[in-house]
Design a protein around this ligand. Structure first.
Ligand code: FES
Ligand SMILES: [Fe+2]
Length: 410
């Protein structure tokens, strides 16, 4: 049992209060789960040329993601090897002079992290040992994944699933059309649980629910889903559902899931009028009336329509603060103003993300109450329930056997 926990967690129920409120448990979340997995930092199109960089944060950590002169991408810990200052402070930009200079005492580093210059150091100082620490980085279908772990989980399963899902949607040849950050005053698990279930979609997201079949109970949506899948097959779009998420992950492999879900009749994509908002992407000869959800690891989620895509980056910052960065992708050849209108493109997920921010914050306020008790998940919250079971197993609160038992009992 973790320090500070009172009531033991119960399978199929939301977590006891301290899991959403205790700073010591947040530190365990970081150590035992968040720093061990892969997370998506963004899309390669944000770093088109040598010297381009952006910062990716997780908890109190900050990482410089940059492109070196040889075209290689690097993930460098944004902690100076002299006395620990942040080296890079601007959120994104282009490094001047082919590297980064610490603003404190001006040690300078190359784009690959190597220390280039440090003034007046004693003879015993070894330049080669004082480079910025480098993290694991992989690019899959244009998506940049980073892990803090010395031996992160293997990405074979994730790479295969992404090649099929993001690959078919043409994400390797996409560009960032827009990005927005939503500061959420809540624990990261409340934000993720909310993302993992669509039980709240009908009451909290009327516009989303008018467009997406997954806002309905499965039994009501089954016919719609079946005919949408048939339409996809007829167009030669063969995206496979994968369910290795959380409980079903193979040992040593990063978790992955891919879920195809229908759009409701009259809607080609996630837009206000149901009509196309950007040029078709990847292998899509026309709209198939489907959308593709995929998740890699615990905090990186994606949604692809035939004409645009979305990256949802959940960024746990502290026990009661989470940021959500939403990134809109379009085909690399598409031009704003000519091929798409930014307002039309971003309308649904600006609105839905603002609604989510509000409901997640209200959830946190209620959970903070001394009268809060864990409540039972509905059938439509199966993914949220699985997410929590996975989390508890990662923290070592439940054993893998208990986790399997919880899954069987559902
Ligand atoms: S802390 Fe960076 S140069 Fe001194
Ligand atoms: Fe939502």
């Amino acid at each position: 049992m973790l320090a500070g926990t009172g009531m033991p967690p119960r399978a199929g129920y939301s977590l006891p209060r301290e899991f959403y409120t205790d700073a010591a448990i947040f530190e365990q979340d970081m150590e035992r789960m968040l720093l061990k997995h892969w997370f998506c930092a963004g899309h390669v199109s944000s770093l088109p040329k040598a010297g381009d960089y952006f910062l990716a944060e997780l908890g109190a950590e900050s990482v410089i993601v940059c492109r070196a002169a040889d075209g290689q991408l690097h993930a460098l810990l944004n902690v100076c090897r002299h006395r620990g200052s942040r080296v890079c402070v601007a959120r994104a930009g282009t490094a001047q002079g082919g590297g980064f200079t610490c603003p404190y005492h001006a040690w300078s580093y190359g784009l690959d992290g190597r220390l280039r210059a440090a003034r007046e150091m004693p003879a015993s100082f070894r330049h080669e040992d004082a480079g910025l620490k480098r993290l694991a980085l992989r690019v899959l279908e244009g998506l940049i994944f980073i892990s803090f772990a010395a031996s992160p989980p293997a990405l074979d399963d994730a790479a295969r699933a992404l090649a099929n899902a993001a690959g078919t949607h043409g994400w390797a040849n996409a560009t960032v059309a827009h990005q927005a950050r939503f500061g959420i005053g809540a624990n990261w698990k409340l934000a993720l649980e909310n993302y993992m279930e669509c039980y709240h979609c009908q009451p909290a997201h009327p516009e989303f629910a008018r467009r997406h079949a997954n806002a309905r109970p499965w039994a009501q949506a089954a016919d719609l889903e079946r005919s949408a899948h048939e339409r996809s097959r007829a167009l030669g779009i063969g995206i496979h559902s994968v369910d290795h998420y959380a409980l079903e992950s193979l040992p040593g492999q990063e978790s992955v899931s891919v879920l195809r879900s229908a759009l409701l009749p009259g809607h080609l994509t996630g837009s206000a009028d149901g009509q196309q908002v950007a040029p078709l992407m990847g292998a899509f000869p026309q709209h198939d009336g489907n959308s593709t959800y995929f998740d890699i690891g615990p905090i990186s989620d994606f949604l692809a329509y035939a004409d645009h895509g979305l990256i949802y980056r959940f960024i746990p910052r502290s026990v009661d603060r989470t940021e959500l960065e939403v990134i809109w992708l379009v085909d690399a050849a598409a031009e704003a103003g000519r091929d798409y209108d930014l307002e039309r493109l971003s309308w649904l997920w600006q609105l839905t993300s603002m609604e989510d921010k509000q409901i997640i914050e209200r959830n946190q306020e209620g959970v903070n109450s001394r009268y809060y008790e864990p409540g039972q998940y509905s059938l439509q919250e199966d993914y949220a329930s699985r997410f929590v079971a996975w989390y508890l197993a990662e923290l070592g609160v439940t054993s893998p056997a208990q986790r399997t038992g919880a899954a069987a009992a559902r």
